[in-house]
Every structure is written in C-alpha cells, then in structure tokens.
Ligand binder design. Structure first.
Ligand SMILES: [Zn+2]
Length: 97
C-alpha cells in the first residue's frame, strides 16, 4: 500500500475516535523498535514497515496510538484497554456496519 493511503487510514480513525482536531502531523518513516508513536502535541509517527502489514494489524497500531491521543496520557490502564477494544471490535472486517 502507499504512504498516502496509510495516512488516509490514520485520518479516518482520528475522525472516528474524535481526535481529528488534535492530530497535527503524520509521519511515515522507518522505526527500529516501535510500530508507531504519538506525542502529546499530536504528532503521529508510523513505521514505514506498516505499509507491508495486513489491514487488521495497521488498524490495531493506529487505533492504539490515537486512543493515547484521546486520553492524553501514555498509560495502558483499564479505560485505555476498554476503549481500544471497543473501537477495534466495532470494525471487524467480517461484520456488517
Ligand atoms: Zn501504548
């Protein structure tokens, strides 16, 4: 897939999660140890290796980072896990919207 489509996916999820106004920049570049990162200022960095991963995996990575942006902290607490799960389960490919 192209970088442009990956960025479009991130915008799509930002709208769904309600953080479109906080997402200021999206970068796609090689990263050594992580699939993605998000800064509190809304800078999302996506590992260029995501371009060759499955749609489901890309979705998991993007939603994870954007839920961090929504909650405004880096904790993987109960609320974080519940929200992430909710956004992902509402979007199973085999289930009709
Ligand atoms: Zn995290």
């Amino acid at each position: 897939m192209s970088r442009r489509l990956l960025v479009a996916e991130a915008h799509y999820w930002a709208r769904r999660i309600g953080v479109e106004n906080r997402l200021r920049q999206i970068h796609v570049r090689p990263m050594r140890r992580k699939w993605a990162s998000i800064s509190t200022r809304g800078r999302l960095t996506l590992n260029a290796d995501l371009l060759t991963e499955t749609a489901e995996f890309r979705r998991q990575v993007i939603v994870h980072e954007l839920v961090h942006l929504k909650l405004g902290h880096g904790k993987h607490n109960k609320l974080f896990r519940a929200l992430t799960k909710a956004y992902l389960s509402r979007h199973r490919p085999h289930r009709a919207e």
